[in-house]
Every structure is written in C-alpha cells, then in structure tokens.
Design a protein around this ligand. Sequence first.
Ligand code: NAP
Length: 290
Amino acid sequence: MNIGFIGTGVMGAAIAEHFIDAGHDLTVYNRTRQKAQKLIDKGAKWAVTPKIIADRTDVIFTMVGFPKDVESVYFGANGIFAGLKPGSIVVDMTTSTPSLAIKINKEAHTHNSLALDAPVSGGDIGAQKGALTVMLGGDESAYQQLSDLFDLIGKRVNYFGAAGSGQHTKMANQIMIAGTMTGLTEMLVYAKNAKLPLDQVLATLSSGGADNWSMENYVPRILAQDYTPGFFAKHFLKDLRIALDEADKMGLDLPSTKLAKQLYETMVEQANLGDDGTQGLIKTYEKWKD
Ligand code: NAP
C-alpha cells in the first residue's frame, strides 16, 4: 500500500516502522526532519509538506502532538486537504478532540474521501511491539479497508461508531489513567516514608488487587530515576483538559479527574516538567525528594 505518515515522534516513528517492515511504500513528513531520519534510512521517502504527502499517497496517517497541530496539518495552506485526492483515507491517531475528528471527517467527505479518528493506548513500548490498543471512530468502510494495517500495530482494534467516538473512548481511557498515575505516585511516596523496600513493594502489589498497567510500566522507571517520556506530561495534561471539557458539555462533574488535572498543572506549568514522562509527577511531592 502507498502510505503517508505525518508526525514521527515517540509514537509515530515506532508505528510507521511496522508499515515499512511489512513491505509498504512509506512517505513521511515531520516538523523536525531529523526525527524521521531512522525511517528514511530504512527506505521511507521524505516529503516537505503534508500537502505533498496527500498528493503522493493513498492512505495518510497523522500522529502529531496537540489539537492545534492536527488543525495545521489538515487545514493549513500546505495541509493535507490542500492536496487530498478523491478516494483517499485519512487516519488521525493523535489524541485530540472529538469535535476536530468530526470536522476532519466532514471535510474528507467533501473530497470524496474517508476519515477515521484512531487514538491509541499502550505507550511507547506498545508502539514498538506493535501491541497498541486502537480506538476507532469514523467511516466503518475505511476501517474494513485498513484492517490489515491496524493488525500490524495493534493487539486490540475496536470500532466505536461515528466520527469522534474513537476520541471519546480515548478520553474514557485517560480518565482511568488519571487514577492509576496518581495512585502509583502516592503509593510510592507512602511506601518510601514507611521505609519499605520499594522493589519488593512493587513485586508484591503487582501480584495482588492493586496491579495495573501504569504501575508495572512506570514504577520501575521511577525506581531507576528514569523520567524520560514514554508519554509526555504536557500531553497528558492536554488529554485531561479535553476529557474535562467533554464531561462539562455532558453536564458531568468528575472531581477526581479535576484533581489529577490540577496535579499535572503543578508539574507542567509550575515545575516546568512538561517534557518529562508522566511518571515525573512524583518529583512534585516534597516527601519523595529526600
Ligand atoms: P511527540 O514525540 O512529541 O511526537 C509528535 C510529533 O509530531 C513530533 O515529532 C512533532 O514534531 C510532530 N509535529 C507536531 N506538530 C507538527 C506539525 N504541525 N507538522 C508536522 N509535525 C508535527 O509525541 P508522542 O509521544 O509521539 O505523542 C503523539 C500523540 O500521541 C499525542 O497526541 C499524545 O497525546 C498521543 N499518545 C502518546 C502516547 C505515548 O505514550 N507517548 C500514548 C498514546 C497516545 P517535532 O519533532 O518538531 O516536535
């Protein structure tokens, strides 16, 4: 298949590599070219704008950072819609807003093309292993046409319905992760101050009712003082804001998600640690530091 890929950061580069490894023809674009170099070395072609990618490929994946990045990649003067051919499929894997997914889907239809919102979970490791969870919304026939591609990158790929429903599912996921990240952080602060051996605490909790993906993946990184992303804290704060905004539109109050958002605001905006991984939240706890 002739595939375009825009946004070759932590997640995008790992996902795109599976397409190359499976023998697909790949053309890539990223704001900073250097982050696409490994893919280019493996045979991907480079394009200088999203518009050129749209003109040269049939299926275009995007995995950029924030909704504003998605806006510019799709709707900018040199964006995808400036070059999209009829019969194309666009797939946005960025964690973004349901409303933007709907806007992209509508615009794709005016180009006689199809669109999917396809946010993922499973982190950097899941992307490298091709073991992501993919949450789809948008045109079901596009999902059917691309199911072999999704199987290359995901261990579970579920379709939820109309445009935006993939993003809503991802928000449900992030509301859950808010609890597991704050839980693992405060668990460690407590265990440390109780003077317990933290590696043994992790081994014990991992075999009991407290077991969860965040703890298994991020506690070992904290114990190794590894705060590299993984999953950027600035992106998690973006997700919590989207989730609370959507909840607000539904007339929902989610107090514990609001508290997680405040804690990540402290980390990202006051402590200036937005480029750390989400596990860096623990650095904002005084009683962890000494
Ligand atoms: P990342 O490493 O920052 O990757 C984003 C990439 O998009 C960067 O390489 C960036 O370019 C590029 N980009 C941004 N705006 C662009 C534009 N206008 N034109 C072209 N390229 C642009 O972040 P990531 O960790 O891969 O995350 C990407 C998305 O996936 C985020 O929405 C995040 O919330 C979501 N997500 C992440 C994880 C995770 O564990 N990492 C898990 C699930 C979902 P530069 O190189 O110039 O910065």
